[in-house]
Design a protein around this ligand. Structure first.
Ligand code: AHR
Length: 860
């Protein structure tokens, strides 16, 4: 046994600093040893041969973390209690916090791979503390006993961790625990002791060491290059294309991921310039943590004798319950709104102003509307003369004659009067494609310039929301603006839903991208902090029918004839023709629990039955591995879901070291939509040329596998400076400027140089060192529409690569060869593509150090 142990440890020891387990010598090695399970905020292990001297397993690292609740404040694992149950399977339960009437449970065969966690509800108690589990082999029943804050004891039982008996109060004698206190290094820890074979501990150590090895590789970065590549000479290389082995690949590989995060919608892509135009900001948007966040947010009073209140009696629309009441004792006082940071104005451009007013039966009250620059004074104005009674809409066009970066809107009553105010709006007429209620032209254009083949919306986590009451309901986002139902944005602000499903569909059509709406799989975000259940609770079964009908109605809204209920609504919104919806995402990186499985399966079957023409995209969790990934794939495979959505945000080192991630994917299973990914510099979450090149090199591997990877989208897409909850993002912006990142240009180069045929090739460098060859990669595709041949070349070495390209007759065109290079220092954030014509016909090209080169051999 000792020899077996030693040989395994030696192997791993070569890779890494070896743990205490591998270095200790045992003269009297028994066949089995003691394993202690313990931990706070994670299940850890220690081993001992005598129950006296304990040694950490895997350096004391965590082997299971709790997934309960929101990031930051939750994900707690208190007092884990581990036993061996049916068939020797490990079962662990723990307490999740001091207030939930739930405990957590997970199972494992080997203590390394853990199945989905469940969070059963219990009753009668104040909370669930120190739960203890036991298993009766004769009856096959698990008994869980716990205490609560009132020092009372409770019991529930289960056979399968799905159905539990009703919670019963029991007396303290029923609370029996095997928990021991042991001394482990400098600490004293509490846990359960199990007798296990050496293999169990050995495997745990091995898995920990492999994790460390991966972490080291993932941490590889260009800062280490002077050391790593000391003395490395410029490389020579040859690329030989193999046109005879061409394969068909997806022609939809590059798309856009749009989520209302970082003020990407209101204050971003949605061109509305007035913030909180409907006075619906609500303290709950910020979880009642910000005393300035309320219906008056973004509005202020100027001048004397004015009063601003918020009322909700006889509102304009029941879904838009609040409005402002401006009372002026005298002329002169005004109500101000500075939009998002400020209102930017362009000389000569026309702006559509509109407002809904109620003068409460008074005639003759005039209101002056002005666009005012802090520096330049009044730039445009108009006067509103009341018409009719009750709520009335007024509109005017304002046209400033000079540019201003610092404007605000002023509404001034010209006499001492009172007005009810709602839906105050200012839109540039120059929206993207001139659409009414349209999109900010420069931001929409920057997205269009990627040539995305699809756009996914409205998220991300926004799609499944933070709790059951926050699931995005597409029906709330269509129709008249005042009838839409605004909501809390889980990223800590407000969604007006002015940019709703109609506008998303319209935008997709305007840029020639397939629309990909993503809807919740009947469960909210895996990090939900509201509604209990950690993740969820899930939509109650009795409400699932209505929820599924909403999804089916969406297909009718997008594609149905104008004689259908929902198709008619689309036509009324101005689009009688169908939007040609082909894909629907169900779920967003959810916790793959039983709750999820049940609901996803119901939705999937119903959608497949009513709309077999729609490709349903399932979800496989937030990571490229782990429980949700494994379980999500299992569900997708069982149900034969046509496509799944994968997500991973990783370091540049991970992307470089995982270029072959999809090489071994089973071609007969679901296709992949890599719906969210990005490389970022660990620690700062920044993006630069290094992260962009890591994405570029990874995408060469994705293109190679684009027979299985159907679509990809970098995430997130947009971020307003100063209002950013997530970094990095593809494009930053403020009220004046749009600032694409280097990663943006990688997306653009791939999007603009997409192909539908992949030509395998062999790339050989002078060096055969793995460190070197994994940093140079290529991808060759043909775009059948133009006949152009495209060669993408990535070099993440600090030295140039002199490359000879043998197209082996693949290029049959006579047109120019265009060369685009994105290069610079790895830390550069301003690197931009430089385009030129490749005049050199020798077939040789020098790949600059740290560069991404695209050669486009034009057919004509
Ligand atoms: O892209 C930002 C967030 O990342 C998305 O909302 C979520 O799906 C993922 O965790």
């Amino acid at each position: 046994m000792y020899r077996k142990l030693l040989s395994t440890c030696l192997f791993l020891g070569l890779l890494f600093c070896v743990s205490a387990f591998a270095t200790e010598k045992y003269t009297d090695a028994p066949d089995s040893l003691y394993l202690l399970s313990h931990g706070t905020n994670g299940l850890r292990f220690a081993w001992s041969t005598d129950k006296q001297n304990w040694h950490k397993v895997g350096n004391g690292d965590v082997f299971l973390k709790s997934d309960f609740g929101a990031w930051g404040s939750e994900k707690r694992m208190d007092d884990p209690y581990l036993i061996r149950g049916k068939g020797g399977q490990w079962e662990v339960i723990w307490s999740v916090n001091e207030h939930s009437l739930q405990f957590a449970q997970a199972s494992s065969k080997d203590l390394i791979y853990w199945g989905p966690q469940s969070y059963p509800y219990v009753k009668k108690c104040k909370n669930v503390l120190k739960p203890v589990i036991s298993f009766d082999r004769k009856t096959g029943i698990y008994t869980i006993v716990y205490m609560d804050a009132a020092h009372q004891y409770f019991r529930t039982t289960t056979r399968d961790f799905k159905a539990y008996t009703a919670t019963q109060e029991v007396n303290a004698t029923q609370y029996r625990t095997n928990t021991l206190q042991v001394k482990l290094a400098e600490d004293t820890v509490m846990g359960q002791v199990h007798r296990v074979s050496w293999e169990v501990v050995n495997a745990l150590n091995k898995s920990h060491q492999l994790r460390q090895l991966k972490a080291l590789r993932n941490a590889e970065n260009t800062g280490q290059d002077p050391q790593r590549f000391k003395g490395l000479k410029p490389q020579s290389a040859k690329l030989v294309v193999q046109p005879q082995q061409a394969k068909t690949i997806s022609n939809m590989l590059i798309g856009g991921f749009f989520e209302d995060i970082n003020y990407a919608a209101d204050g971003g892509l949605y061109a509305e310039l007035i913030q909180n135009r409907d006075f619906e900001y609500h303290p709950r948007d910020k979880r009642f943590q910000d005393k300035n966040w309320n219906a008056k947010h973004s509005w202020s009073l100027k001048g004397k004798g004015a009063n601003l209140t918020i009322d909700s009696v006889s509102p304009l629309h029941i879904n838009n319950p609040h409005y402002a009441v401006l009372s002026a004792q005298q002329a002169g006082a005004a109500l101000l709104n500075s939009g998002y940071d400020a209102i930017p104005l362009k000389a000569g451009d026309a702006y559509d102003f509109s407002i809904v007013l109620n003068f409460f039966g008074k005639a003759g009250v005039l209101m002056e509307v002005r666009l005012v620059s802090e520096k330049l004074g009044v730039l445009a104005k108009t006067t509103i003369t009341p018409k009719g009674s009750g709520w009335q809409k007024y509109a005017a066009v304002l046209q400033p004659k000079v540019d201003a970066a610092d404007a605000h809107l002023e509404l001034q009553l010209l006499a001492g009067e009172t007005a009810g105010i709602d839906m105050v709006s200012l839109f540039p007429q120059k929206t993207f494609k001139g659409r009414k209620n349209g999109l900010r032209a420069d931001l929409a254009q920057v997205i269009a310039d990627i040539h995305p083949k699809f756009v996914r919306f409205p998220g991300g986590c926004v799609a499944h929301g933070d709790g059951l009451d926050n699931i995005y309901n597409w029906k709330n986002s269509i129709g008249k603006l005042e009838s839409r139902v605004p909501d809390r944005n889980l990223w800590g602000y407000h969604q007006s839903l002015g940019l709703g499903y109609f506008e998303y569909f319209q935008f997709c059509e305007d840029i020639g991208a397939a629309p990909i709406p993503v809807l919740a799989a009947g469960v909210p975000c895996q990090n939900s902090s509201t509604g209990g259940g950690g993740q969820q609770g899930g939509i109650p079964m009795e409400e699932m029918g209505a929820y599924i009908q909403d999804i089916i109605d969406l297909v009718e809204y997008a594609n149905g004839g104008i004689d259908t209920k929902w198709g008619k609504k689309r036509a009324e919104a101005g689009h009688p023709a169908p939007f040609n919806l082909k894909y629907i995402g169900i779920g967003n990186e959810d916790l793959i629990t039983e709750l999820f499985r049940e609901r996803f399966t119901m939705i999937y079957h119903a959608l497949k039955k009513s709309h077999p023409e729609i490709t349903v995209i399932g979800t496989v969790g937030p990571f490229f591995e782990g429980t949700d990934y494994v379980e999500g794939w299992k569900i997708a495979t069982d149900l034969k879901v046509p496509m799944v959505d994968e997500h991973y945000y990783q370091s540049p080192g991970w992307f470089i070291n995982n270029q072959n991630y999809y090489d071994s994917y089973d071609r007969n299973k679901s296709k992949v939509y890599l719906g969210e990914y990005a490389a970022s510099v660990p620690g700062g979450n920044k993006t630069n040329l290094e992260t962009a090149l890591a994405e570029a090199i990874y995408l060469t591997g994705v293109e190679r596998n684009a027979d299985v990877v159907h679509m990809t989208s970098y995430a997130p897409l947009l971020a307003r400076e100063g209002h950013t909850q997530w970094n990095p993002d593809l494009v930053y912006f403020n009220h004046l400027e749009v600032k694409p990142t280097v990663s943006y240009y990688v997306q653009q180069l791939y999007g603009q140089n997409a192909g539908d045929k992949y030509l395998p090739s062999i790339l050989k460098l002078t060096s055969t060192a793995e460190e070197v060859i994994k940093r140079v990669s290529s991808s060759v595709v043909v775009d059948s529409e133009t006949g152009d041949l495209i060669v993408k070349l990535v070099n993440i070495l600090p030295v140039a690569v002199d490359l000879e390209i043998d197209l082996a007759g693949a290029n049959t065109g006579t047109g120019k060869v265009m060369k685009t290079i994105l290069a610079g220092k790895p830390s550069e954030r301003e690197a931009r593509p430089v385009v030129s014509e490749l005049k050199d016909t020798s077939g040789r090209i020098a790949l600059q150090p740290y560069s991404f080169t695209v050669l486009r051999y034009k057919k004509h």
